[in-house]
Design a protein around this ligand. Sequence first.
Ligand SMILES: *[C@@H]1O[C@H](CO)[C@@H](O)[C@H](O)[C@H]1NC(C)=O
Length: 311
Amino acid sequence: MDKDGRMIIYTLLLAAISGPVVAKEWTANVVNELEALVSSCVVIPCSFTHPGGHMSSSTLRGLWHVSRHLDQRIYYDDKSRVLENYRGRTKLLGHLGQGNCTLEITEIKDHDNGPFCFRIELAPTSSGTLDKFSFVQNCAKLIMQPDPPKPEMNHPKTAIQGHPFTVTCTVAHTCPTHAPKLTWSRGTEDGITEVHRKTHSGIWEVQSILTFIAEEKDDHSVITCTSTFNGGRSSSETLTLFVKRTENYNHIIIPTVVGLGTALIFAVFCLFMVKKYKNRIAALQSQEGSVWNRISRLSRRARPVEPEDGK
Ligand SMILES: *[C@@H]1O[C@H](CO)[C@@H](O)[C@H](O)[C@H]1NC(C)=O
């Protein structure tokens, strides 16, 4: 049995005897399974303890390898000793001095399944022995997602005209260092808030909250939320908006106002016409009068002549 094997058994025995009270032993806390989107990235949360007491990051060397194959390194300080396939794609995000062995893998390929295990190497002690430990019992397996997950939209069934309407769009991911970007089909003049949170170990979600005042013209319009993942893959979800009109009496008020207005204009017009006619009639009457007068004057003048003619 090799040294690592003995170490594991020793640790397990010690853990069984002393329980969780003993913290400074070889322990690792690695997420067992994590989904990873092909072409995107993944962050594997990992923390560990070692019996070396407090040690700075420079006296610790971490490495990640494939399952039990210590020589198949996917992450190591010395890049030349990393599997070619993983070279430049892995990065240790955590500070080893803080017991943080969190690993990032970018440009995920569909064969990056793992399981990936962490190994820690402590700088030689005064006695000259180099302590190493592979946490092969706590490895992370990656489950490949060939297609990006669809965002989920949540909103009230109907919007009310003139009132604020809120839609949320949420998408889960496993790469907090390059989180997916959520965008809306509606213009940016609307209020958009973004929230990032961890839901489980290694699983995160981004939520975008869109708020706008629903208008009549928005009825039956389509709103799309698009999630663009690191690496360029995207997915989207849509909703059709139904706007409920607010109760108003415009359908009664408008015809009434128009009707009353028309009646008023007509009344004013009639009054005006009557006035105009009155003047006309008066004028005509006076004109008629003068004509009449003239006629009667003429006839009066003519009458005395007749008897003269008759004489
Ligand atoms: C480990 O490091 C990562 C990356 O810096 C960080 O996000 C995470 O919170 C750390 N974990 C702990 C337990 O401190």
